[in-house]
Design a binder for this molecule. Sequence first.
Ligand SMILES: O=C(CO)[C@H](O)[C@H](O)COP(=O)(O)O
Length: 219
Amino acid sequence: MDQDRLKRMAAEAALDYVPRGEVIGVGTGSTVNHFIDLLAERRIDVAGAVSSSEASTARLRRHGIEVLDLNDVGDLPVYVDGADEATRHLHLTKGGGGALTREKIVAAASRTFVCIVDESKLADRLGRFPLPVEVIPMARSLVARRLAARGGRPVWRQGFVTDNGNVILDVHDLEILEPARLESELNDIPGVVTNGLFALRPADVLLVARADGVQTLRL
Ligand SMILES: O=C(CO)[C@H](O)[C@H](O)COP(=O)(O)O
């Protein structure tokens, strides 16, 4: 089965976690695009969405779903988002689409984080997918040197500017043995806004789409 079909299957399974009549958190990426489309196609009754990117905001609005400011709504019951890599411990690497900072904020504001992936994203250990790090532009080379000193190979995502006006360094070859510890350490480098590890606040539910169905993983 092709990967896009699997992404749609994972997105469809996430509809079961959407509390009707409430405001929900919505992530970013091609898997989440299916989720947004399904919300509209199935006429799921949501009171609105807090979005993690300008791209998702535009898609939600095109479907007539109201997008609300997180500052106006308090905690959210659920956040649905994809990932670039996920482990059975529900640790994630995110930020392939560059929306990692807003994704981390909306995840932190949500009681349940439902992560939707196709089986190709499941890994025994994080690190195959280069780790995105959002950086304040003036600190780009400083942060790159610090990341290199930790054994990583940072590559500037040239021409890409995040929704927050920052740049992304994609860090290859990092050995990620203790994701939560590394997440904190990288965030301590001056100039780093955040990095794409989701280990301090992992997913609560991981929905993995395979050809024979969607597997549900929880801690
Ligand atoms: O973190 C993300 C965007 O910043 C996405 O969730 C991640 O890149 C997965 O994307 P896709 O669903 O297109 O495979």
